[in-house]
Every structure is written in structure tokens, then in C-alpha cells.
Design a protein around this ligand. Structure first.
Ligand code: TYD
Ligand code: MG
Length: 467
């Protein structure tokens, strides 16, 4: 007799035999998932068995534990190694998330070509083996050590792994893999969770590294299960505007390294190209002699990166003023506008304000505040911030400019890219090392910053008309 399908709530653990959109016990929406049949049976008898069995796995003092460093290997892509914390860890499972078409398959296929002396098993559930071959040819990845398996059944995949004993396994994508024992379809929460768990066990036992592709749906969660994030060792997100060629790889979780590092790539006609110097790329094509743009320096992990913040302030044609922010936190932008209004003495309430960070970068560091404020004022006054000037500093609620971390490292990057002037918070002036060719302007508050950068700045030159 077929056992009745059981569901459980991922929030409160409540079990039911009927599916509800909303958990009857805790009231959360969309949290009921199907419980694997055998797991449900085991959990009931498991408790009794455990008490009777002799204790095999005894607790041991932490001093006696094996303290060997985790073993890593290079993926051959420096930017990916950086995000992983210095290479991939043997036996770990890495989830690579991102919107469809962003370049996840391309990235993982390129790793196959770069790995030296390791056997890779590429399991493709989305594309046929032929499609993969064509792409591999374009990317120049044709090696005997790269094995391809077009398969979606979990058992067959696990059997193929046992059979070919690879060093690296790539699953593209987890949403296509299914376990025949479960009644739900591929891509459902219980399937994705169950298959990931099985792969994780296999990776720890077999000592291979597993890269798992997961699609991000419109809401930004990897299709359905946020649950996956808790299970895997490392979660990478591949981001970027599909209209632009830049892609940013970011770690959302990493059990073996920091989550601050980013990797920057450019999508070219022969796949992804690493961008070791993102500042240069982000500043290319910066307009000269235009109001409403300012350059700042943010820290992405251990790396300083220059970014251009643009603002457009235009008279509002409608009842209420419109505000929009892209690449800069909206609430933070509203706060800065309020500071400018109240402490800077600028009236912006009847103007539309648009803020945009160039290159698809997300600035989530307060060090970008000052540049944002200056570009807003620059646009409002229609005055140009000198082309060779940058600004670094956090803006406080009283309009004061506050210090930021790693200032010297940022200033070195600013000077390296040929900027000759940088506006910084006044009270960290003493900590700044002298850098040849870089003039430091220290300011205490927003008004001083505007005076230093914009009041001496020339009015925008009107294009001269030739007769
Ligand atoms: P893909 O890796 O298939 O995306 P995902 O696996 O995340 O869904 O990338 C597809 C996009 O990348 C597609 O729009 C074409 C583009 N692309 C290039 O521009 N150059 C290339 O060399 C390759 C292989 C893809
Ligand atoms: Mg793909």
C-alpha cells in the first residue's frame, strides 16, 4: 500500500497529511513541504534505537581533535579563488546562484578547462550533451578529463559519481535533479532539499568538491528553497545587469573564508574574462564637464574599488516629487536628502532626485555618502565637480563628515588611478600618509564639503555654438 504523503512546516516543524498554503500551527505562508517518506518513518523509531545502541561516536576534548587545515586547490580563475577564500575546499559543496542567463553555466564550464590534472564530472540537466559540447568548443574547453553526463535522476547521478570518481562535480542545475522516491516534481522544495543533502553526503564521503547551480527567481530567493543556503558550505551569487557585460561574483555565505570579497568578470564573446582592475573598468567613459557625478572609493573585502555616483535633480512637474535610487540604498539616499535640506540649507523638496551607481555596483558602505551628497548638490546647482576630484566619508545626521575604515588604502587606489584631489573627514587628517601628487582636502561637515568642491568650481560651460 502506498504510504500517505506527509508534509511538514519548515518554520515550526508541524506535521500534517494535507497541504496548506498557510501553516495551521504557526500561520506562516508557503512553509509546508513534503516530507520524504522513509525519513518520516525513521524519525519515529530512531529515538528508541539510539538509546539502546552502544555509544560509538563519543564526545572528545577539543584539544585531541584533528586540526589540519582544510585542503584547497585553485580553480584556475583567480577571481573565483578570491571569493572562495583562496581556492576551492576539497569535500565542500558550493551553491552558485544567479538569474537565468547571467553566466553560471559559462563560469563553471570555464573552470573545467582551467583545472589542472583533476577529473571533472559535469552533470547537465538543462542543456543536452550536444549543446554543452558546442559551448565547450567555443570556450576552448576540450579535455579528456572533463566528463559530461546528461542526466536528471539523482540515483543515476550518484552511481556515475561512484563509478568515475571525479575530483570535481558540477550539477547544472539543482532544480532539474529529482529523486524518484518522492512524489513531487523536480524543482519543488522537498526535491531540491533532498537532492542537495544526498550530494552533500556523497561529497563528504567521496572527497570531491561539488558546485551546484541554483536559479534565482524574481524575488531573489533561489527557486523556492532558501533552505539550501543553510545546508551548503558556501553560497555564491552571480550578479549583474544582463544588458551590461560586467558580472560580479559575491559570497553570501562561506564556511571557509570571508564573505566580503567580490570577483569581477566581463562577459565577452569567448566567455567570461577576469577583471583584475575593476576601478579602471568602472570609471571608463566617465563624462567630463558634466554636473551630477562624483567618484568615491569603497572597500569590497580587502580590495579598494573606485565607483562613480551620479545624481540628477530636476524640477518636479507633478504634485509630489519623485525619488529613485539605483545601486545605492534608497532609505539611505532619503536620509541624505533630509540632511542636505535641514543641515546643508538646500531646498530639494520640490525636485525629483535620481541616483545611479555606474557599472551595476551596489554601494552598501557609508563611505559613499559624501560622494552621493556632492553629486546631488552638483546637479542641483548645475556646477561641475572637478574631473580630478574624489570624495570619501560618511555623512552623519547633523551634517558632520565621519571617518571611514582603511583610509590610506583607499587614498592609494585614488592616486593610482590618477586623481589629484580627495575630500576626506577632517578629524582623520593626522592619520593620512602623504601621497605624491594627491592633494588632501579635509572637511568637517556637508557645507564645508560643498564649499571646497563646488563653490570654486566653474559653472558648466555651455557648448559654444559655431556660426
Ligand atoms: P549562461 O552561462 O548560459 O547563463 P546561465 O547558466 O546563468 O543561465 O550564459 C548565457 C549568456 O551568456 C547568454 O546570454 C550568452 C552569453 N555568452 C556570451 O556572451 N559569450 C560566451 O562566450 C558565452 C558562452 C555566453
Ligand atoms: Mg545555465
Amino acid at each position: 500500500m502506498k504510504e500517505k504523503t506527509k508534509f511538514f512546516c519548515t518554520e515550526c516543524g508541524n506535521e500534517t497529511f494535507k497541504w496548506f498554503g498557510r501553516c495551521p500551527a504557526c500561520g506562516q505562508w508557503n512553509t509546508l513541504v513534503e516530507a520524504p517518506a522513509e525519513q518520516a518513518a525513521k524519525s519515529r523509531s530512531g529515538a528508541v534505537k539510539a538509546a539502546d545502541a552502544p555509544l560509538l561516536n563519543r564526545p572528545r576534548p577539543i584539544t585531541d581533535l584533528d586540526g589540519q587545515e582544510e585542503l584547497r586547490f585553485s580553480t584556475g580563475l583567480g577571481e573565483l579563488d578570491r571569493v572562495l577564500g583562496g581556492g576551492a575546499v576539497i569535500g565542500s559543496i558550493v551553491l552558485v546562484g544567479g538569474a537565468p542567463g547571467i553566466g553560471k553555466s559559462t563560469l563553471l564550464l570555464q573552470i573545467c578547462g582551467r583545472l589542472e590534472g583533476q577529473t571533472v564530472l559535469y552533470v547537465t540537466g538543462e542543456e543536452s550533451a550536444r549543446q554543452l559540447k558546442l559551448r565547450a568548443r567555443r570556450l576552448g574547453v576540450e579535455k579528456e578529463r572533463v566528463l559530461v553526463l546528461a542526466e536528471t535522476n539523482l540515483d543515476n547521478i550518484l552511481r556515475a559519481i561512484e563509478d568515475s570518481k571525479p575530483d570535481v562535480v558540477i550539477i547544472d542545475s539543482i532544480q532539474t535533479v529529482f529523486n524518484g522516491d518522492l512524489s513531487s516534481g523536480p524543482g519543488s522544495v522537498s526535491q531540491v532539499k533532498d537532492c542537495t543533502m544526498a550530494l552533500m553526503r556523497a561529497a563528504k564521503q567521496g572527497g570531491f568538491t561539488c558546485f551546484v547551480v541554483g536559479h534565482v527567481n524574481k524575488e531573489g530567493a533561489i527557486a523556492g528553497p532558501k533552505v539550501l543556503e543553510h545546508m551548503v558550505d558556501c553560497v555564491l551569487y552571480f550578479e549583474g545587469d544582463r544588458a551590461l557585460s560586467y558580472r560580479i561574483l559575491r559570497a553570501a555565505k562561506n564556511r571557509f573564508g570571508s564573505t566580503n570579497e567580490i570577483g569581477v568578470f566581463e562577459m565577452a564573446d569567448k566567455g567570461l574574462v577576469e577583471v583584475p582592475n575593476p576601478s579602471e573598468m568602472l570609471l571608463s567613459g566617465r563624462p567630463k564637464n558634466s554636473p551630477g557625478t562624483c567618484v568615491t572609493c569603497v572597500m569590497e573585502g580587502s580590495r579598494p574599488i573606485l565607483a562613480e555616483v551620479q545624481a540628477l535633480v530636476a524640477p518636479s512637474g507633478y504634485g509630489s516629487a519623485r525619488r529613485n535610487s539605483n545601486g545605492f540604498d534608497y532609505n539611505r539616499a532619503m536620509l541624505l536628502l533630509a540632511v542636505l535640506e535641514k543641515r546643508g540649507g538646500f531646498s530639494l523638496s520640490s525636485s525629483d532626485v535620481y541616483i545611479n551607481v555606474i557599472g551595476g555596483l551596489e554601494l552598501d558602505e557609508p563611505a559613499a555618502d559624501l560622494a552621493t551628497v556632492l553629486s546631488i548638490v552638483s546637479s542641483a546647482k548645475d556646477r561641475v565637480i572637478p574631473y580630478n576630484t574624489t570624495a570619501i566619508g560618511e555623512v552623519g545626521l547633523t551634517g558632520e563628515i565621519r571617518s571611514v575604515s582603511a583610509l590610506n588604502q583607499r587614498l592609494t587606489e585614488v592616486a593610482r588611478l590618477g586623481f589629484q584631489r580627495c575630500v576626506i573627514p577632517a578629524h582623520v587628517r593626522g592619520e593620512v600618509k602623504r601621497i605624491e601628487g594627491l592633494e588632501i582636502v579635509s572637511v568637517r561637515n556637508v557645507r564645508e564639503a560643498v564649499r571646497a568642491v563646488l563653490d570654486e568650481a566653474p559653472e558648466r560651460q555651455q557648448p559654444t555654438r559655431r556660426n
